[in-house]
Ligand binder design. Structure first.
Ligand code: ATP
Ligand code: PAF
Ligand code: BAL
Length: 286
């Protein structure tokens, strides 16, 4: 696996050898890698000849400086995991490579970015859209792969790539979960043992509220009960638990197609997000 830190080195490597002719899949990450990230790398190997990953804790998408400071960083272990997963190349840019002095551009995606995470983390999606555009333009893969765990982020990135005509396919990959249903997330490493046990309330509430909606219970009441259950389980705040149209991210007041539950809630200092497709085909294993 080639480990690259400098932008000019990246450009040289990409123009030589296999990279000049093979199809390339890119998996952008912020490091602290877990099996969810490695599943994206495996998907990259399935759909392309070569897989590249990036590790960059992007400061401009953190609205809360404490969140940025606490964000887990495990570079050595990350590189070992990527190599073992068969990743061909990893680029670890520095903030000044991506944002040199005088950098003054921001990509702001309207519509899908405005509610939910956009409302609770002001500026977050501008930071994400801008850095993802920069990473995609630097690497120029055929496809880039993102997790459905960050459902709204995936919608924002798809919109950005379409609107800017990047010509890079944006692929989503289903959420990888722990055996008890908790979505894998780098921030799970920040939970205490007690908080980790409480966190399982998120997938349980999502599965139960989904079932209630599918069996015709009133949506507002089902959401209110779900929120109360999260608070009872020990969450200090539920930023939102909402039923949305999974394409537009607009809230739904009645049942229909393309329904998805979105949730963000705080356990102590850790804020977790998850989402769940509301369809009768959804198989729950927890
Ligand atoms: N459990 C998961 N299953 C599938 N993809 C995932 C999962 N967790 C993260 N990803 C995806 O991995 C990519 C990199 O995400 P990131 O490095 O922010 O990790 P993370 O686990 O989402 O961390 P955090 O939620 O704490 O920011 C994103 O496309 C994200 O959606
Ligand atoms: C897409 C991303 C790598 C941009 O910094 C980040 O938001 C993430 O890891 O989900
Ligand atoms: N995985 C989403 C990136 C973030 O929380 O900033």
């Amino acid at each position: 696996m080639q480990i690259i830190r400098a932008l000019d080195e990246l450009q040289t490597v990409l123009s030589l050898g296999h990279y000049a002719t093979d199809t390339l899949a890119l998996v952008p990450t912020m490091g602290a890698l877990h099996d969810g990230h490695l599943a994206l790398v495996a998907e990259g190997k399935r759909v392309a000849d070569r897989v590249a990953a990036t590790i960059f804790v992007n400061p401009t998408q953190f609205n809360d400086p404490k969140d940025l400071e606490r964000y887990p960083r495990t570079e050595e272990a990350d590189l070992e995991k990527l190599e073992a997963a068969g990743c061909d190349l990893v680029w670890l840019p520095t903030p000044d490579q991506l944002y040199p002095a005088g950098f003054a551009t921001s990509i702001s995606v309207k519509g899908v970015s405005e509610r939910w995470e956009g409302e609770h983390r002001p500026g977050h999606f501008d930071g994400v859209a801008t850095v993802v555009a920069k990473l995609l333009l630097a690497v120029r893969p055929g496809v880039a792969i993102f997790g459905e765990k960050d459902w709204q982020q995936l919608a924002v990135i798809r919109r950005m790539a379409t609107d800017l005509g990047l010509g890079i396919g944006i692929l989503g990959y289903p959420t990888v979960r722990e055996a008890d249903g908790l979505a894998m997330s780098s921030r799970n490493a920040l939970l205490s043992a007690a908080e980790r046990a409480q966190a399982v309330a998120i997938p349980r509430v999502l599965a139960d509220v989904s079932r209630e909606i599918l069996t015709g219970e009133a949506i507002a009441a089902a959401l209110a009960r779900g929120k109360a259950r999260l608070l009872d389980a020990g969450f200090s705040e539920v930023d939102y638990l909402a039923l949305v149209d999974e394409r537009s991210l607009e809230p739904l007041e009645s049942s229909g197609e393309h329904m998805r539950l979105l949730v963000a809630a705080k356990l102590g200092a850790v804020r977790l997000i998850d989402n769940y497709s509301v369809t009768s085909e959804q198989q729950v294993s927890w």
